[in-house]
Ligand binder design. Structure first.
Ligand SMILES: Cc1cc2nc3c(=O)[nH]c(=O)nc-3n(C[C@H](O)[C@H](O)[C@H](O)COP(=O)(O)OP(=O)(O)OC[C@H]3O[C@@H](n4cnc5c(N)ncnc54)[C@H](O)[C@@H]3O)c2cc1C
Length: 397
């Protein structure tokens, strides 16, 4: 096979692209597989900039891809970490009610857990005090023993090493400029590809467009900010989450425990206007800003989401004190002066269904015999990636 010819060309060396390359290798031991990424190392975007929570899979509607792929992905990712020698911290997680009116939502999450084959338990406030003495709830809480945490970049790098070891090629520093059937053109070269697999995260809609697979969607970026606490490791033992707003695909500001036992607050879901603007003016693109600003007037009139409410509640979270104070409702001992260390922000690649003015809640997979597109690989796609790759690659078996 010539150096610029590959049976499979995967765009994106985040966890999803690497999981796809890994599964394609399992199915086709002698195929030539290349993974292209514009960055010079793997996991530079969402896959290396997230909370690292291995979600259990109880949030999602039982008929969604997220439900089954998160439940299965949690197990596959644990198995992978164990084989690769990557640490997993078995924190478990509690979801707490901030007032009696939220108890029904906890019961619904418990029902969903049962329907999805995911273990959860409704526990009393006394039992919560044993599980996580720092958390506060109203009447009941939900306990998820299978939620855990790992270092997301460490996991992504370990998967990249496996992909390389098993004979695939990583084409780093290759920004894909044009794609068409059987062809990828990057800033460095021109490649002939048997099947193109689009796992481009924040730019997956752009890569899918020439194939006609994303005319009904546009990507909206939402920024996730974090603050670390100065508490001694182990003071907070479990992830503590609020009851989510079912109208939004985000879970609300929460506290997580890191792989090293540190307490961390976030992430936010602040609407932003440029896909990779992590801080200051870095990553700002005028073209993207104009494009996204143009979309918001339509999105504001959505009957599916309270967009004004979302903006009004998220924007003040740029202020550290405001964000930390929100976490106090879950863990009363949180004090803004203890959470002054900024974490690396991450940006969610969230698809908006243009016609219906609706944020897409589930993973979206489209394609045919020449290309496959993994769109809306939002949270918990880091947890689900290996199961998602198994699911998507059924067509190559
Ligand atoms: C703040 C935050 C917190 C989260 N927390 C969790 C969590 O706790 N648990 C969980 O399961 N999930 C979580 N998620 C979701 C999770 O991070 C993502 O679902 C997952 O990382 C998506 O992986 P990906 O490979 O699709 O995207 P990415 O990691 O973004 O990878 C896409 C890659 O494509 C490359 N690319 C894009 N365009 C081009 C181009 N033109 N040419 C070449 N390369 C290109 C990019 O450089 C990038 O490396 C979180 C996400 C965020 C933002």
């Amino acid at each position: 096979m010539a150096a610029n010819n590959f049976d499979f060309g995967v765009i994106g060396a985040g966890i999803v692209g690497l999981a796809m390359a890994n599964r394609l290798r399992e199915l086709h031991p002698s195929a030539s597989i290349a993974v292209f990424d514009k960055e010079t190392s793997v996991g530079k975007h969402a896959s290396g900039r997230n909370s690292g929570v291995l979600h259990a899979g109880f949030y999602y509607s039982p008929d969604s891809l997220k439900a089954a792929l998160t439940r299965d992905g949690n197990k596959l990712l644990r198995d992978f970490c164990s084989e690769a020698g990557v640490r997993v911290n078995e924190t478990g997680k509690v979801v707490v009610a901030q007032n009696p009116s939220e108890v029904a939502a906890l019961q619904e999450l418990h029902r969903r857990g049962n329907a999805n084959g995911v273990v959860t338990e409704l526990v009393s406030a006394d039992r919560l005090a044993e599980l996580e003495p720092l958390a506060k709830t109203s009447e009941l809480a939900l306990w998820s023993p299978n939620t855990a945490v790992a270092n997301p970049l460490e996991v992504t790098k370990a998967l990249a090493n496996k992909v390389l070891r098993e004979g695939s090629v990583l084409k780093l520093g290759h920004k894909v400029l044009h794609v068409s059937e059987n062809r990828i053109i990057t800033n460095i070269g021109n490649f002939s590809i048997g099947h193109i697999v689009n796992c481009a995260g924040l730019y997956a809609d752009k890569i899918a467009k020439p194939f006609g697979y994303c005319d009904d969607y546009v990507m909206l970026p939402f920024k996730g900010l974090y603050w670390y606490g100065n508490w001694e490791p182990g003071r907070l033992q479990r992830h503590v989450y609020p009851v989510p707003d079912p109208r939004n695909p985000f879970l609300g500001v929460h506290l997580t425990v890191t792989i090293d036992g540190r307490a961390k607050i976030g992430p936010t879901a602040i609407p932003i206007f440029s896909r990779e603007s992590y801080s200051g003016i870095g990553g700002l693109s005028v073209k993207e800003i104009l494009n996204i600003v143009g979309i918001y007037p339509k999105f504001l009139s959505s009957r599916h989401h309270d967009v004004f409410g979302l903006i009004k509640s998220e924007l003040p979270k740029y202020l550290q004190r405001h964000l930390i104070t929100q976490a106090k409702a879950l863990v009363p001992s949180v004090d803004p002066k203890d959470f002054k260390e900024r974490g690396e922000p991450g940006i969610r690649a969230q698809l908006l269904d243009i016609k219906n003015k609706k944020l897409e809640m589930d993973f979206v997979v489209r394609g045919d015999e020449t290309s496959t597109h993994l769109l809306n690989a939002v949270s918990p796609a880091w947890t689900s990636a290996l199961a998602m790759a198994n699911h998507v690659c059924k067509k190559f078996e």
